[in-house]
Design a protein around this ligand. Structure first.
Ligand code: AMP
Ligand code: GLY
Length: 428
């Protein structure tokens, strides 16, 4: 049966998911809500917000949608999967129920889950404003640097790492006083893990799972991992240090107990799990769970899946994932994100983007992250504007091609990191 599919979200992750789904023989019609000018070329965009559940329900009904794929975390944490399943019992929803989404929506919930199911993670304790003295006393027992995490969703900004005890105490007070709004009324303090990070993506139906290609993200704005944190400035897949031995440990120590833990806790989970891991001397530890794909990691990961993603998603939604086999291409993908000057601080919007067609002619994928249409022009409309993704026989070939693509696109004050993959040279 050919499926009508609706992808929720407006960024590069959703463009990449839609791009991959659009290649499926099992697809009838593809819709994105709201989508962006990139998805408009491969799907029908529906003007509405993914946070407006009634508007999503109306789109499902009007277009006889068979499957909804939820891109971002906010609607999941707010219960869109539960809402849609109640309204449309036969609808396939890729994305966990509200309870499952708490793995991302509450750091304390996630840490308690890991501790209950013996999943390796940093030692931690959670505190509120009332237990500030105990929080400060706990900090004293730790070695710097100190890791403070707002419990709730804080748009990727809720983690603060400080070297100095007094600065950490001051930060704690500010967090409890609403620095991240309600998200930091509770704070998790945890042991600092030193190592190198890797993102592992799993698709599960709550019982069986597929492990997607892993990726590495580049979080800081500046070359050499300097400056402010961003949503992600680039991605690489595969990750040279995540060899078969490491990935086996990830599967045995983290993936299996996570999925068994969800089942044991009675949590219905059909969707992606994004494991933010630290490789500490060859052993994986969970830094965070996300209940969705990563952005910009998805833009690299999707290009490396050889098998039919839509079939995998349908099997996940129908609890039939046990019979699916994923094929991963034997190539490498590199994504370089082109951002607006000023990002992650303030930046202007509305600058015309040139060179999109020239870059596409090189054979790179241009996933739109923050663009909008103004007449027949594509203009900037976000901090992260374009994810330029290239594939090659190996990482360096892919990086060369991605940077050729980046060189073709331009808009006023555009910026990108020029060192994506540089830190990984020592592992190849
Ligand atoms: P999170 O939002 O939990 O992913 O944290 C943001 C970033 O903070 C991570 O990507 C890590 O670079 C860093 N981080 C978080 N927790 C720890 C930890 N326990 N030890 C070291 N770095 C951490
Ligand atoms: N790139 C990291 C994230 O999507 O959270």
């Amino acid at each position: 049966m050919a499926l009508n599919v609706l992808v929720l979200g407006s960024g590069g992750r959703e463009h990449a998911l839609a791009w991959k789904i659009s290649q499926s023989d099992s697809l009838a019609n593809l819709y994105c809500l709201p989508g962006n000018p990139g998805t408009a070329a491969i799907a029908t965009n529906i003007k509405a917000s993914a946070g407006d559940f009634e508007a999503v329900a109306a789109a499902v009904k009007a277009n006889a949608i068979d499957m909804v794929v939820v891109g971002p975390e906010d609607p999941l944490v707010n219960g869109i999967a539960d809402f849609l399943k109640e309204r449309f019992p036969k609808l396939m929803v890729v994305g966990p129920c509200r309870k499952g989404a708490m793995l991302e929506g509450s750091k304390e919930f996630a840490k308690d889950f890991m501790s209950r199911h013996s999943i390796p993670t940093a030692a931690y304790r959670a505190f509120t404003g009332e237990t500030l003295p105990q929080a400060k006393a706990f900090l004293k027992t730790l070695q710097p640097p100190y890791v403070l995490k707002a419990d709730g969703l804080a748009a990727g900004k809720g983690v603060v790492i400080l070297e100095d005890y007094d600065a950490a105490c001051k930060e704690l007070e500010e967090m409890f006083s609403g620095k991240f709004g309600a998200a930091s009324s509770k704070v998790v303090i945890e042991q600092f893990l030193s190592g190198i990070e890797v993102s592992v993506f799993v698709l599960t139906d709550g019982r069986d799972y597929l492990i997607l290609p892993e990726a590495k993200d580049y979080k800081r704005i500046g070359d050499g991992d300097t400056g402010l944190n961003t949503g992600g400035m680039g991605a690489v897949s595969p990750v040279p240090f995540a060899d078969a031995e490491f990935m086996k440990k990830v599967e045995e120590r983290i993936v299996k107990p996570t999925i068994a833990g969800l089942a044991a806790d009675g949590i219905d989970y059909k969707g992606f799990i994004f494991l933010g891991l630290m490789n500490c001397g060859g052993d994986p530890y969970v830094i965070e769970y996300n209940v969705r794909m990563g952005d910009p990691e998805t833009e690299s990961v999707m290009t490396r899946i050889g098998s039919d993603l839509l079939c995998h998603l349908a099997a996940a939604a129908k609890e039939e994932l046990g019979k699916e086999r994923i094929t991963i291409k034997n190539d490498a993908a590199v994504t370089v994100v082109v951002v607006s000057g000023g990002y992650p601080g303030h930046y202007p919007k509305g600058y015309p983007i040139s060179g999109l067609d020239d870059a596409a002619l090189l054979g790179v994928n241009l996933f739109h992250m923050g663009t909008s249409a103004a007449g027949d022009q594509v203009v900037t409309s976000g901090g992260r504007v374009l994810a330029v993704t290239a594939n090659g026989a190996d990482m360096n070939a892919a990086a060369r091609k991605a940077y050729e693509g980046v060189a073709k696109v331009a808009f006023q004050d555009c910026y990108h990191r020029s060192d994506i993959t540089k830190d990984l040279q020592k592992y190849i």
